[in-house]
Design a protein around this ligand. Structure first.
Ligand code: URP
Ligand code: ZN
Length: 459
């Protein structure tokens, strides 16, 4: 074998076992007692956990938002993810005004191919629907893009899709066994409140949260669930943040609607109180951070399987780009925060160490469910023979205080600076190669491949 990882505790969604992992030609070849197996290299993982590679299904790399472009390209954005134990990520092919979905896909492939150092896939991100794009959806799904995202907000930026388009896309995607995702914020409510606050001179970041209230999210989720129920389409709620939203998703699931939700580490660990800080602008993302009762409801939603996935929504601007300049208000700050490197350690510390979830549940949220729902289960998401040898060796005792100077994301800040975490990834193995070892990157630009995804395995 090329590599054997010895003595680790292998974590699955439904069990943890003590075993060795044998790797050959980039695949997991054997699991069991392998001390007598021939091996070119051995790594001792005694006292450590071995996880399947983390799959972060929500990234915005090389992304243009307002006047800003994120600081990372597909090499830097996948490299920072690898430091956090991520071995596969999904990003978006977002249609520009003059593009079809297929053109957007081609453009994003050309940005990522030859650059990504871990595997990546793309959600189709529909911002308008010409006849050609609608007719191309079955072909797009067949080619490995089985999921879509539609914005129910951002009218001013030209990204919003109106109800008939959402409805039409759901029908077509349903007929072709894909899944439709939404960014759920009612644009009319958000724009009305934003105008109201800004015109009254209430321009500081704390009004960002007030201008995008819980009801804006709840209304869109409610509407999209109704459409999903009527069309039969599977629905994915990107970055769920509110207790009202959790209840809507939970109730719909109980009625048998095929609805799935993700949330993100920031909504599980931070509240709108940060908008009173001097660096509040660095915490502006949409939807905004919420109240403690929402944070608690999200954890409950995770515990009772209402929420299936946790992703980073990584969007890597730096503090210069986030600055509010004179004469500007909260509405002028480009939304989005960096986070693909910190997804796993934050979930381990605030989820597993805090006893909100088991370590097995964490792997379900960060690896198994992403692989199943987004059509990667043949190759990713679990430590089984025949799967890609994507693994994380995780030291549960390693203590790290998150520090803006020591992160590898292409930015000068992390929203979690100062957080003291116990438990951190120490090695990331991608297709049998150690690409991060004790804080040193050993991977290769371009070694990651585009992942043509299968249809979702609905659970
Ligand atoms: O604020 C966020 N989440 N920025 C990224 C783009 C989006 O809305 O998903
Ligand atoms: Zn979004």
């Amino acid at each position: 074998m090329d590599l054997v990882i010895m003595n680790g505790h292998l974590v699955y969604a439904n069990r943890t076992i003590k075993a060795d992992v044998g790797i050959e030609k980039g695949l997991i070849k054997a699991i069991g007692k392998l001390n007598n197996a021939q091996a070119v290299e051995r790594i001792d993982a005694k006292g450590k956990f071995v996880f399947p590679g983390i799959i972060d299904v929500h990234n915005h790399i090389n992304h243009i938002g307002g006047e800003n472009k994120t600081k990372d390209d597909f090499f830097m954005g996948t490299r920072s993810a690898a430091f956090g134990g991520v071995t596969t990520l999904l990003d978006f092919a977002m249609q520009k005004r003059n593009e079809t979905v297929l053109t957007a896909i081609k453009r994003r492939r050309s940005e990522a191919d030859g650059k990504a150092c871990i595997d990546y896939g793309l959600h189709g991100n529909i911002t308008h629907l010409d006849k050609e794009s609608l007719e191309s959806i079955p072909k797009i799904i067949e080619k490995g893009y089985s999921s879509f995202k539609l914005f129910m907000t951002y009218r001013k930026a030209g990204f919003i899709v109106e109800d008939p388009i959402l409805y039409e896309v759901m029908q077509t995607v349903y007929n072709n066994n894909g899944i439709v995702g939404i960014h759920a914020e009612n644009d009319t409510i958000c724009e009305y409140l934003t105008d109201k606050y800004v015109s009254a001179g209430m321009i500081s970041p704390k009004y960002h949260a007030r201008s995008r209230p819980n009801i804006a999210e709840a209304e869109c989720i409610s509407r999209a669930i109704l459409f999903a129920e009527h069309t039969g389409s599977a629905l994915y709620v990107f970055h769920l943040t509110t207790h009202e939203g959790v209840k809507l998703v939970r109730d719909a699931k109980r009625r048998g609607v095929k609805v799935y939700a993700e949330t993100c580490p920031h909504y599980l660990t931070l509240t709108e109180e940060v908008y009173d800080r001097n660096d509040a602008q660095n915490f502006i993302m949409t939807p905004p951070l919420r109240k403690t009762e929402d944070v608690e409801a999200l954890w409950e939603g995770i515990q009772d399987n209402t929420i299936s996935i946790v992703s980073s929504d990584h969007c890597c601007y730096d503090t210069v780009q986030k600055k509010i300049r004179s004469g500007q208000s909260f509405r002028d700050i480009t939304p989005g925060i960096p986070g693909n490197e910190t997804l796993l350690p934050i979930m381990y510390h605030y989820g597993v160490n805090s006893k909100r979830i088991t370590i097995n549940k964490m792997i379900e949220l960060l690896s198994l469910n992403p692989a199943r729902l987004f059509g990667m289960q043949q190759r990713k998401g679990s430590l089984i023979p025949g799967a890609d040898a994507d693994l994380v060796i995780f030291d549960p005792d390693k203590k790290v205080v998150l520090d803006s100077n020591e992160i590898h994301m292409a930015t000068d800040y992390t929203p979690y600076a100062g957080m003291a975490l116990t438990g951190y990834p120490v090695k990331t193995i991608f297709k049998g190669e150690v690409i991060v070892s004790d804080g040193v990157f050993r991977g290769k630009e371009g070694a990651g491949r585009f992942l043509a995804r299968e249809k979702p395995d609905f659970f």
